[in-house]
Each structure stands twice: as structure tokens, then as C-alpha cells.
Design a protein around this ligand. Structure first.
Ligand code: ADP
Ligand code: ADP
Length: 232
């Protein structure tokens, strides 16, 4: 069964149809890639799954249950983690605070002392192979790639079921993109369902199980990896 599924989902902003009849799903341990040019509806799709917008048609299910999120907090509580391209982490906050951000209250860390939180953040980031050094420094000083990786590590640690990545490699060079793609695979192998929104077909094909191409709000291709290989 799908962790998250959209069936014939539509979204209108007044008379602008940003999405029409969009169906897609992500399963545990799979990466679903969503590709499309500007105006295709990618941001609108993310906002619906992340609880920032409500769809105006169709059905979204989480673990088989029909769902409409009223807020980002509701989406997060349902196990949907969203990593935005430019807002992956809060730039002025320290690395360790970012690691816990948004999870303190919901996951019972509200009463934990600072030393323990720093120790956990340090252990977990190391375990994931992310070497930051001083966890007191603001994340604004880290590279874009490091920030995306920390956001992915955080989602894995706090038990997200689905992680939605908004063009995580768009602003990165070849080497940094490679590191982030490696973390997408880590999230997949940790059993999350990954929704990888990207402009980059090459990056999509390196990690994807399933591919959905959007054009002007409609799905123009929906294919499993096996259907796209060049072999007979
Ligand atoms: P993408 O992220 O793929 O560029 P968007 O989801 O941002 O696509 O936009 C899809 C379409 O919906 C575009 O035509 C865009 O102008 C329109 N749109 C997006 N958000 C709004 C909004 N809040 N109000 C009106 N139109 C919008
Ligand atoms: P909703 O109707 O779901 O409440 P809003 O109309 O309030 O959404 O717009 C949400 C965001 O989309 C705002 O930040 C707004 O500036 C932006 N936006 C508005 N019109 C467009 C558009 N045509 N294309 C892309 N983004 C838009």
C-alpha cells in the first residue's frame, strides 16, 4: 500500500487551474520523482502535501486514510516532512537547534536539557556521516548541500514516513549534488517514501523508482523505472 497517494487531485486558484486530475503515490522504500518546467504545478503539489494549501478536487490518502491537512503542523504530525529548497533550515539558528526544530514539543523533547540535545544531534549527524564540527554555529554558514543533508537526517531521526524534497539539488554543483543524492538513497533505505521534486532528469534517474512528469498542471508521463530502461 502507498504511504501517500493522490487520486485525481485538482487545485484551482480562482479560475487558474494549477493542477488537474493529478494522481501519484509513494511507497515505503521508494523514490517518486516529480519533474516539470516552471508553471507545471510542482509548488502547488508540495503545498497540498505539506498542509499549506487544500486541494479543490480529488482525494489524498495517507496510509490509506483520506486526508486534508489544515496546517503544516498537521502534515508533520502525520509523518510528512518537507524540505524546502531555500528554507531547508533556519539560517540564524545553531545546527543543534535546527536538528530539533519543530520536533521539540511533538516528540517530547520539550523538557530536555541543552547538553543532551546537543549530544543527540552530534551523535545522529555523525552516524549519518555528516561532519559539521561546532554545532553551536548558525546553519547560515554551512553549504547548501550540508543544509539539505541535515534536514534529511533530521527527518529520518524523527521518524518521518514521507519526505518531500523541493528541488534539493537545484542550487548545487556536481559534487554537492552527489552528496545530497546519497542522502536521498539513505532516506529510501531507512524505509521512508521519498518524493523528489526536480528539474533535473539525470538526478531523477540516478535515484528514482517512479517518475511523474507534470506539464501545465497535468500528468503527461507516469512511469516505473522498468518502463524507461533501454533494454528490450
Ligand atoms: P511550479 O512550481 O511547477 O512552477 P506552481 O505550482 O507554482 O508551478 O504554479 C502552477 C500554476 O498555478 C501557475 O500557472 C501559477 O501561476 C499558478 N499559481 C500558483 N500559485 C498561485 C496562487 N496562489 N494564485 C494564483 N495562481 C497561482
Ligand atoms: P490560497 O488561495 O491557497 O490561500 P494565496 O492566493 O494566498 O493561496 O497565495 C499563496 C502564495 O502564492 C502567496 O505567497 C502568493 O503571493 C503566491 N501567488 C499568488 N499568485 C500567484 C501566481 N499567479 N503564481 C505564483 N504564485 C502566486
Amino acid at each position: 500500500p502507498a504511504l501517500l497517494q493522490l487520486v485525481d487531485v485538482g487545485k484551482s486558484y480562482g479560475n487558474v487551474h494549477a493542477l488537474r486530475g493529478v494522481s501519484l503515490h509513494v511507497r515505503q522504500g521508494e523514490v517518486t520523482c516529480v519533474l516539470g518546467d516552471n508553471g507545471a504545478g510542482k509548488s502547488t503539489l508540495i503545498k497540498i502535501m505539506a498542509g499549506l494549501h487544500k486541494h479543490t478536487d480529488g482525494v489524498m490518502t495517507i496510509g490509506g486514510q483520506e486526508t486534508v491537512f489544515g496546517s503544516p503542523r498537521e502534515a508533520q504530525a502525520a509523518g510528512i516532512a518537507t524540505v524546502y529548497q531555500h528554507l531547508a533550515l533556519a539560517p540564524l539558528m545553531s545546527v543543534w537547534r535546527n536538528f530539533f526544530l519543530g520536533n521539540e514539543i511533538t516528540r517530547g523533547f520539550g523538557t530536555m536539557d541543552i547538553a543532551s540535545m546537543k549530544r543527540i544531534a552530534d551523535e545522529e549527524l555523525r552516524k549519518m556521516g555528516i561532519e559539521i564540527g561546532d554545532l553551536d554555529r548558525p546553519v547560515g554558514g554551512l553549504s547548501g548541500g550540508q543544509r539539505q543533508c541535515i534536514a534529511i537526517a533530521r527527518a529520518i531521526y524523527f521518524g518521518a514516513k514521507v519526505i518531500i524534497l523541493d528541488e534539493p539539488t537545484a542550487a548545487l554543483g556536481v559534487k554537492q549534488s552527489g552528496v545530497v543524492l546519497k542522502y536521498i538513497i539513505k532516506a529510501r533505505d531507512a524505509g521512508l517514501g521519498v518524493i523528489f521534486i526536480t528539474h533535473n532528469p539525470h538526478h531523477a534517474f540516478l535515484v528514482g523508482n517512479h517518475f511523474v512528469i507534470l506539464k501545465l498542471g497535468r500528468v503527461v508521463l507516469d512511469a516505473h523505472r522498468d518502463e524507461l530502461t533501454l533494454d528490450e
